[in-house]
Design a protein around this ligand. Sequence first.
Ligand code: HMG
Ligand code: MG
Length: 299
Amino acid sequence: GISPAVHLVEVGPRDGLQNEAVSVSVTERVALIESLADAGLTEIEAGAFVSPTWVPQMANTDRVLAALAPRPGVRTPVLVPNKKGLDAALDAANLTDIAVFAAASETFSRRNINCSIDDSLTRLAEVAREARARGLRVRGYVSCVLGCPYEGAVPAGAVVRVAEALWAMGCAEISLGDTIGVGTPGQAVALVETVAASLPREALAAHFHDTYGQALANLLAVLERGVRTVDSSVAGLGGCPYATGASGNVATEDVVYMLEGLGVATGVDLDALCRAGETIGAVLGRPLPSRVGRARAGR
Ligand code: HMG
Ligand code: MG
């Protein structure tokens, strides 16, 4: 059955904004994060210490972190791809957690981070070791768990291998990314069952993009199999810069509405969340896809 309390990881300020065409200022990024925390979200991915040449939208993540008012009970993880990123993150103010990321597809790994899966795992093990030695929690992502934009179908065994490696290096949680939003509920459930044969089910998170409109259905299916951490993006912002045509994550408003309807506590104020979504939509100058956000705004 579904856990009575589901933990939401808001990824809009990172996964959402990293792929928006309009560049968002540090001030607007900070305001977005603060409004999401005001709405009751307790884990908000604040940015990424990646190459600003590769992903210009995530430049100045150090300034975003520094401008946040620390709040008890609110964590603001940042993506870190390598030692250089970790050093920059450790120099930043208000660092709470990091997230490392690898892919289950070899081609995606090379396109996204310019190295093989194995080289990335070697690199990330070092990053995770040092981060943990500094007392930081480390979250691990696996991309392309239900399909790759270059290779198509991805074998579950490839996902398990990467998930196990991230777990072995001390990641506290493994987020399974349907990067290009192609999976359907049966596939999502089969994948969770396969991964849960070697990792604790409660350590898994679902990170579903909504390209094919399946994300909410996929989420419900895996929640029923004991997954209790969900990644989502306010207003359904974003996509992935290395997965052309991929649309944003499942919208946080839609997830909250569904969970509250199921009697599952999220701790999130849906009206405040919808206002945060409308505000970032105005900054970006485009109507954002959250169905609940649009319904509430009368759009
Ligand atoms: P590279 O070019 O192979 O790295 O990039 P390099 O070590 O050869 O360095 C090249 C240049 O980058 C050097 O600068 C380095 O200093 C600099 P130069 O000497 O030429 O001036 N550099 C850095 N600068 C800032 N921060 C760093 C850093 N590292 C090197 N950390 C690298 C390798 C990983 C850096 C690059 O490929 C990169 O930044 N990729 C970004 C990928 C990314 O952010 N993708 C999106 C996030 S993942 C995602 O969205 C999926 C997820 O949502 C889950 C899902 O949906 O599946 C998580
Ligand atoms: Mg993603």
